[in-house]
Write a protein that binds this ligand. Structure first.
Ligand code: DC
Length: 232
């Protein structure tokens, strides 16, 4: 089986997209791209420049300075995945804070930001052999992807997962604040005008509220093998 395919994984926040995408890419020897990290890096850039806060957002300043944003991924062999760099600085941890999570959906709704990041993402996929996760991968970035998955889980399940993750990293957060962030982001992601989160008609929906990680990984790997066999 030597012809590589493109795998698009979309879905709501904290549905475990990146965990499954990373595992799958590793198993197949494919490249994994976390497109959400790119939106987070732009949000961090806006935050560092003091263009975004709880009650303000200088959209024009950000748009006019997008040419000064360089996002790269550098593989960290110890961690087993590529870390995100903003203008040459490792921001992998900074982009995952609750503060950036609170700003990122507003940044991701800006058409100029989407245009720039979508073109970078398309470039990363030209040679196939890519597993990319996000919100518009199967609908906009790779509409011809051979395998499209759409991940869902209840808001409670997702908030609990993110809460455990942030607490494990030592962040002082409350479950209620996380749940509110999850619901708020669902709303912004699904109602924005430019490429809102929606299931591609040819995507396979996976609700993992009740699925173990192993059962989910097996279902997805089996689906991938079916497609690879058909293609070879
Ligand atoms: O997957 P994530 O939570 O790291 O994504 C961060 C934000 O970026 C989220 O609010 C939705 C947005 N996003 C997007 O609009 N399009 C993508 N392809 C990926 C993420």
């Amino acid at each position: 089986m030597n012809s590589k395919i493109t795998i698009a994984i979309d879905g709501y926040s904290s549905t475990g997209k990146s965990t499954i995408a990373k595992e799958l890419a590793k198993r197949l020897g494919y490249i994994y791209v976390d497109s959400g990290a790119m939106y987070r890096a732009v949000a961090l850039f806006a935050f560092q420049q003091k263009w975004i806060g709880t009650d303000f957002f200088q959209v024009r300043s950000l748009v006019e300075n997008l040419k000064h944003v360089s996002i790269t991924f550098v593989y960290n062999a110890e961690l087993g995945f590529a870390e995100t760099y903003l203008n040459g600085i490792n921001v992998e941890s900074d982009i995952r804070s609750l503060e950036i999570s609170n700003y990122v959906s507003r940044v991701a709704a800006i058409p100029e930001v989407r245009k720039l990041l979508v073109s970078l993402q398309k470039e990363m996929g030209v040679s196939k052999g890519v597993v990319m996760d996000g919100r518009d991968i199967g609908t906009v970035v790779f509409p011809d992807a051979e395998l499209k998955l759409f991940m869902t889980a209840s808001p409670d399940t997702r908030a609990k997962r993110r809460f455990d993750e942030l607490r494990a990293r030592g962040e002082e957060v409350t479950y209620q604040a996380i749940l509110e962030n999850v619901i708020y982001r669902d709303h912004l992601d699904t109602t924005r005008e430019d490429s809102p989160l929606t299931k591609a008609i040819d995507a396979v929906e996976i609700d993992n509220s009740q699925l173990t990680r192993e059962a989910q990984a097996k279902t997805i790997y089996d689906l991938t093998l079916q497609i690879l066999r058909k293609n070879n």
